[in-house]
Structure formats: C-alpha cells, structure tokens
Design a protein around this ligand. Structure first.
Ligand SMILES: O=C(O)C1CCN(c2ccc(-c3cc(CO)ccc3Cl)cn2)CC1
Length: 316
C-alpha cells in the first residue's frame, strides 16, 4: 500500500497585521519589508494557541471528506511552536476531534517539518497504516522577539494539512530528508532554560536567525538536494517553504525553471514555518490549479532551522 494525498485544508487566525500596522511599534517600513521579503501582511493568533489552529484544520479535513474520526490511524503535527512539550499538539487535536484509534505525535523540524511529516506518513502507510492526518501548524508570534525588527516582520501564524490514505499505486514517489546540526545556531527559538533546585541559567529570549547563513544554505544545500531528488523527472509545480520571495526567485533561476512553477503566497501570510507548504497547497487546490487527480507532478521543499531540509516528490 502507498500513501495518497486525498484532501487539503487550512486555517488562519482572524487577526491580520499589515506592514504599516507594524510601523507603530517597530522602526521599519512597508517599503523595506515588501522589497526585501515580499510580505505585505500576516495573520496573528491572539487567544488561540497552536493546538487550536491545528484542530480547526483537522475538523475541516474530517468534515470535508465526511470521514469517521475513529477510522484515523495516525495524526502527525509538524510544529516548532507547540502549546506544551507535553501533551503534544497532535494528542490535543486527537482528543478534540475524537480520533480515538489514532496514535499521535509532534514532529520538530522547523520549516522542513511538513516535508519530514509527509515522508514519515508515507512510511507508516507502507508499513500497514491506512489513513492519517499530517498537519503543519505554528504560532511563532509567541516565540519571536517583537522588539527585533529583523525577525518580527518575517513571521506569521497559521495551520494547514492533508488527509493521506492508502492507495494501490505510489503517489509519494521520492523523498530525501537532510540535516546539518553544525549550523544549528543559524535559527534558534523556544529556548527552555535549565532551572532546577541544583542549577540555574539565563533564558535566551526570542527567536534569533542568521539571515545570511540561512540564505546561503537555501541557495546551495537546498537546491543541490532538490536537483538530486528530482533527477530527470519533470515537475509541474515546486511548492517551496514560503520564507522569502527573493530567495524563491533566485532558487528558481538556479534550477533553470520558469517562475510560474513556483507559486508564492507569502505576501499574505509571512513565514508560517511548518504551515507554509500546506497553506500554499490548500490555496492551489481551492483555486482548482491543483486537482488531486494524480496527474500533476509536484515537489514539496522545506528548509530551515536545525538546519533541516527535505524534498518529497508527490503526484497530486
Ligand atoms: O533582505 C534582507 O535584509 C533580509 C535578508 C535575510 N532574510 C531572510 C533570510 C532567511 C530567511 C529564511 C528563514 C527561514 C526560517 O523559517 C527559513 C528559510 C529562510 Cl531562507 C528569511 N529571510 C530576510 C530579508
């Protein structure tokens, strides 16, 4: 048995924050943000936490496909911004939707998380599982340093995911997952200081990012791994993690592929980390651009903190 993506869904918190809104608190400008990143606005969750965003996605997938939640075998949530270290976001979602037969766990691979999770789901289906939810969900707004204009303007909250079911032929035909811990300091977030009766230390507040280092990583390691993964296969759409417009445009040039094959929606959402690829996918499915009839060759490419990066070739 092989995995097939049969449905997609997304959920964005209602509050929209524009670049101009941010100028009230940060020494930045709409012009700088748009020209350097392509971002115009982002959604920011207020009282909702990551598990609330992911639960909405799970409910949409279940209702949209009219499935019995008790028939779901697994729930994987890719996130770098969980509500807790325990319980996992996936377990909270499992309880909220009544998927009483599902095993559930979170997967931590930052902006490569959704790709890692799709590959993991495929491996579960190939080993006998039959139906699962794979969700990327983030509330990075609780992690970032809102006084640091170099990072606060980049990120947004949101969640999206897919329903994967067993099929008789392969749809997720190639996967390559990578990491390089030597560059783990390039993107750091969510530090939990070791404070106990016996030892105390300072917390490293906020999210820090070596923008130049990650930029070069995207241009070099990620494009190289993508070329290796694709080989001579023809690709209709490249769904890249939506971090930065200029980076995606440069990577498209390096891959000698037309920009039309690289849909970009970070304009409206900012960088939603593990949620960015499934949000983009769901928009394309909603628009009818991607039909989920198995005829379109698509690559999901995630890359970010860890450093972690990965590609999966998916027939949609
Ligand atoms: O132009 C400028 O001055 C700056 C230059 C630096 N920029 C960057 C650099 C890296 C990222 C990024 C982040 C993640 C984390 O999810 C993953 C993947 C990437 Cl490629 C996003 N923006 C912003 C504009």
């Amino acid at each position: 048995q092989f995995g097939r993506i049969v449905a997609t869904a997304r959920y964005l918190p209602s509050k929209v924050v524009t670049n101009n809104d941010l100028t009230q608190w940060l020494d930045t400008s709409d012009e700088w943000i748009q020209s350097r990143t392509g971002i115009k606005q982002r959604h920011i969750a207020e009282e909702e936490n990551t598990s609330d965003l992911c639960t909405q996605v799970a409910k949409k997938l279940i209702e949209e496909q009219n499935i019995d939640p008790a028939t779901i075998d697994f729930i994987i949530v890719a996130t770098m911004s969980p509500d807790y270290t325990s319980p996992s976001v996936a377990c909270i979602v499992q309880g909220a939707v009544g998927a009483s037969s599902a095993m559930a766990f979170d997967l931590s691979a930052a902006c490569a998380g959704f790709v890692y999770a799709v590959a993991t789901a495929e491996n579960f289906i190939r080993s006998g599982q039959r139906r699962g939810l794979v969700i990327g969900g983030e509330k990075t707004s609780k992690l970032i340093d809102w006084t640091d204009r170099s990072t606060a303007v980049l990120f947004g909250d949101g969640a999206a995911g897919v329903l994967i079911e067993a099929a008789d032929e392969p749809y997720i035909t190639k996967q390559n997952l990578n990491a390089d811990g030597r560059r783990s300091k390039s993107l750091v977030s969510g530090h939990r200081p070791t404070n106990s009766l016996f030892y105390q230390e300072e917390s490293q507040g906020g999210l820090t990012m070596d923008g130049r280092g990650i930029w070069n990583f995207a241009m070099n390691d990620v494009t190289t791994s993508l070329k290796e993964c694709i080989g001579s296969d023809s690709v209709d759409y490249y769904l890249f993690h939506q971090a930065n417009r200029r980076i995606i445009e440069k990577m498209a040039k390096k891959l000698k592929e037309p920009l039309e094959k690289f849909p970009i929606n970070l304009t409206n959402y900012g960088n939603t980390s593990a949620a960015s690829i499934p949000i983009l996918l769901d928009e394309l499915v909603e628009a009818g651009t991607i039909r989920l009839d198995g005829t379109q060759n698509t690559v999901f490419t995630g890359y970010g903190g860890g450093l972690a990066w990965g590609n999966v070739l998916v027939r949609l």
